[in-house]
Design a binder for this molecule. Structure first.
Ligand SMILES: [Zn+2]
Length: 318
């Protein structure tokens, strides 16, 4: 069974598709947009099921199961996102479907080079009967305007904490660790992709607490070594801590700028420690540290440098 089905069926994009089909005005191209890669991916699969299933997207019939397993004869996805893959994909449009509809899926249109995206234009300008395109897009700026204007655009918004909590409450046999679920919901900012990552990361809550403690309490260079010892940077874990710091920085920035954030109360204790400009500088430091890691700098050196610089950032904030 497709993950998060119930949650996604209740989301607005699915309801729009559902009424389009019921009212007999199925569009020839739907562009699903949103930052949540997992929600996009699952929703595209749900859309294909809704279009091809004779029961309206039951999730259980042969058509639905084939769509989910990625081997339905009337569903096409490119074998790669380069010119040859997309060219071959477009050629499929003109071959008659076995059933009533043919569904053409491009889950990551924004990863296709804009020149190559041009190959799609003709089939979108002159729609072929019974062919439906489903396009997934995370970065809208990376998509040709001519494609956008020929698509029905539906955006997936972040899920609220209540929606997620209701969903997981009903699935408590699948997700028995209630504390972990609570933490994941609190820190995922409405993104299924992040929620899923956190649900598989038993150490997340503990590590997050540690990182917040360090950001709050490190006030002088004397603390540097002691604070470094709180983090275990062996086994490539530093990049995970850096991701966490970036997440905290992003959330704090929103909170300090007055944007409403659903969750993440944990970081509120840092509101007095940083201001907007110090957060911006800290974020630059994190990005710099990530680049150093990528160029194979020693992890303990990267962390040492980051903490020294963090102190400067905090000092300037006072
Ligand atoms: Zn079905």
């Amino acid at each position: 069974m497709l993950a998060y089905r119930e949650l996604l069926e209740n989301a607005k994009p699915y309801k729009v598709l559902d009424s389009d089909i019921s009212e007999g005005r199925l569009n020839h191209c739907y562009m699903l947009t949103g930052e949540d890669g997992l929600a996009l991916d699952n929703l595209i699969t749900l859309f294909a099921q809704r279009i091809l299933c004779k029961e309206g997207g039951c999730g259980q019939c042969t058509d639905c199961l084939k769509v989910e397993d990625g081997n339905h004869e009337d569903v096409f996805e490119p074998k790669n996102l380069k010119a040859d893959g997309i060219r071959e994909f477009v050629e499929q449009v003109y071959i008659k479907p076995n059933g009533k509809y043919k569904v053409m899926i491009l889950r990551k249109l924004d990863e296709v080079d804009m020149k190559v995206q041009n190959f799609l234009l003709k089939s979108l300008e002159e729609p072929t009967e019974n062919v439906v395109f489903l396009l997934g897009v995370q970065r809208q700026t990376a998509v040709l305007d001519t494609i956008k204007s020929r698509s029905k655009k539906l955006s997936i918004l972040p899920f609220s904490r209540t929606q997620l909590q209701d969903y997981f409450d009903k699935k408590d046999n699948e997700y028995p660790n209630k504390a972990l679920v609570k933490e994941a919901i609190d820190c995922c900012l409405g993104s299924l992709k992040r929620c899923e990552e956190l649900l598989h990361d038993e150490d997340f809550a503990g590590d997050l607490t540690n990182v917040i403690f360090i950001l709050k309490d490190m006030t002088s260079t004397k603390d540097n070594l002691r604070m470094q010892q709180r983090l275990n940077v062996e086994e490539g874990k530093l990049s995970r801590y850096l991701d966490m710091m970036q997440l905290i920085t992003g959330v704090l920035l929103k909170k300090l700028s007055g944007v409403r954030v659903d969750g993440f109360e944990k970081v509120n204790c840092l509101k007095d420690t940083f201001n907007i400009s110090s957060l911006v500088n800290f974020n630059k430091l994190i990005i710099e540290s990530k680049q150093k890691l990528e160029s194979n700098c020693k992890e303990s050196n990267v962390l040492d440098y980051l903490f020294i610089k963090l102190m400067e950032v905090k000092y300037l904030c006072r």
